[in-house]
Design a protein around this ligand. Structure first.
Ligand SMILES: Cc1cc2nc3c(=O)[nH]c(=O)nc-3n(C[C@H](O)[C@H](O)[C@H](O)COP(=O)(O)OP(=O)(O)OC[C@H]3O[C@@H](n4cnc5c(N)ncnc54)[C@H](O)[C@@H]3O)c2cc1C
Length: 391
């Protein structure tokens, strides 16, 4: 049995079967050996380590939440713990993976026809093809459920897409870009898989982000881009179907928040044991121990919440509000935790070489994407009061 690191304070990994624990250990080793030593360089240059994609594909972690179609399978708990493990070392790589395996593959898995799933998912599961997910627009973020302006117009056996998207992760190099657009005929939101190069479809890389700099986010312009009817996700008939994808992936983001917090905590603990002031390690000071224990409590309580959410998912009873509460809670706790870690490192906390500074910056993006704290709070608020307060 693989022993869990001390930061798994309540031994949640023991909930996995031996094969799951082995997989987690493989992911941990890969992230620590292959990603951690190089990631700051990519982060600084806003570049993505494309050459590492095949190795990630071989870890056997793509599509852990799905059954069949060449996907890894294994269940929601393992899927979540893997997301945590990725983010424990680097949130950009976890986000890249979440966009591909969660948002893009999840859209096809939940909203595609049998033929579409057979057509696209196996190569995505092998990471020979990479996915992106285009929902957000320059003027429409939180209000995507009602306000999408990108349009889809049916023209014979094709659809014509017009509009703009913003923030779309992986879009500069993705093979399959899921575009959510409003059908002008019935005003409903539908999903389309665009396969670049496609005339009328173009991307521009977003530059100068202060968070998740390794993730290649893009503006997308759709100017009369044509996709065949065969590329319309056959079971995406309204925003409710888009929301089903987000329900799944928001749980993954909650896990990532735990991983980001956990990584920062582990760096802070190691630093506290090494760093000497007043003639002894700072770990021996009461105020420093208070910071460390607050961090550990945040990580542990958030992880426990995510474990229960995974159990609800596996039982088929997880609702929007369950994912929303976890995403909101865990990202708030993450933000506090990375801040405490930075504080504990003193000046070194803002130097990239000590890693924690990257965690602080990246946490800001995780806090806001896949529904801000406010939006996820409103989803829970509606569930508990029976009254929507979005507008
Ligand atoms: C790094 C990164 C990666 C991303 N990747 C993707 C991607 O791959 N695909 C994709 O489609 N999108 C992606 N996004 C977009 C992301 O999902 C949006 O940023 C998010 O939904 C928030 O939208 P917004 O940024 O437009 O903020 P806005 O919606 O403009 O919100 C601004 C502020 O107003 C608040 N607010 C809005 N409405 C209300 C209300 N009714 N009540 C109270 N407060 C409210 C919000 O909480 C927020 O604090 C990404 C974003 C980032 C930062």
């Amino acid at each position: 049995m693989t022993s869990a690191p001390d930061s798994d304070f309540y031994s949640l990994e023991l909930l996995l079967d031996p094969a799951g624990r082995q997989l987690l250990q493989r992911v941990r080793e890969f992230m620590e050996k292959e990603i951690e030593p190089v990631i700051n360089r990519y982060w600084t240059r806003e570049e993505f380590p494309h050459e590492l994609i095949p190795a990630i594909g071989q870890l056997g972690i793509v599509g852990l939440a799905y059954q069949g179609y060449g996907c890894a399978g294994g269940g929601n708990l393992l899927d979540g713990m893997v997301a945590m493990e990725l983010a424990r070392v680097d949130s950009s790589m976890a986000t890249f993976f979440g966009v591909h395996s969660g948002l893009a593959m999840g859209s096809i898995y939940l909203c595609g026809s049998e033929e579409q799933k057979q057509r696209w998912l196996p190569a995505m599961a092998r990471m020979e093809k990479i996915g992106a997910f285009g929902l957000t627009e320059p003027d429409v973020g939180s209000g995507a459920s009602r306000g999408l302006t990108t349009t889809a117009r049916r023209d014979g056996d094709e659809w014509v897409l017009d509009g703009q998207k913003k923030w779309i992760g992986n879009a500069t190099f993705a093979d399959y870009v899921v575009i959510w657009a409003r059908d002008v005929a019935d005003n409903r939101v539908k999903g389309f898989v665009v396969e670049p190069p496609t005339p009328g479809f173009s991307t521009t890389k977003m530059r100068d982000k202060i968070a998740l700099r390794v993730v290649q986010n893009a503006y997308i312009t759709l100017d009369g881009a044509r996709v065949p009817e065969a590329n319309r996700l056959q079971n995406a008939n309204s925003f409710r179907d888009t929301a089903a994808v987000l329900r799944l992936t928001r749980a993954g983001v909650a896990w990532m928040a735990v991983g980001c917090a956990r990584g920062a905590y582990e760096h802070a603990l190691a630093y506290a044991k090494e760093r000497q002031q007043f003639g002894r390690p700072i770990a021996g000071f009461q105020l420093v121990q208070d910071q460390l224990v607050r961090m550990l409590a945040n990580v542990t309580s958030s992880a426990c919440l995510c474990v229960r959410l995974a159990q609800l998912q596996e039982a088929g009873i997880a609702a929007d509000q369950h994912s929303a509460l976890a995403k909101a809670f865990c990202t708030v706790r993450m933000r506090e935790t990375v801040g405490l870690a930075r504080e504990l490192l003193g000046g070194n906390g803002i130097l990239l070489e000590y890693h924690v500074g990257r965690f602080v910056a990246d946490a800001e993006a995780i806090y806001s994407y896949e529904g801000t704290r406010e939006m996820n709070t409103l989803i829970v608020g509606r569930a508990i009061t029976g009254t929507g307060a979005f507008v």
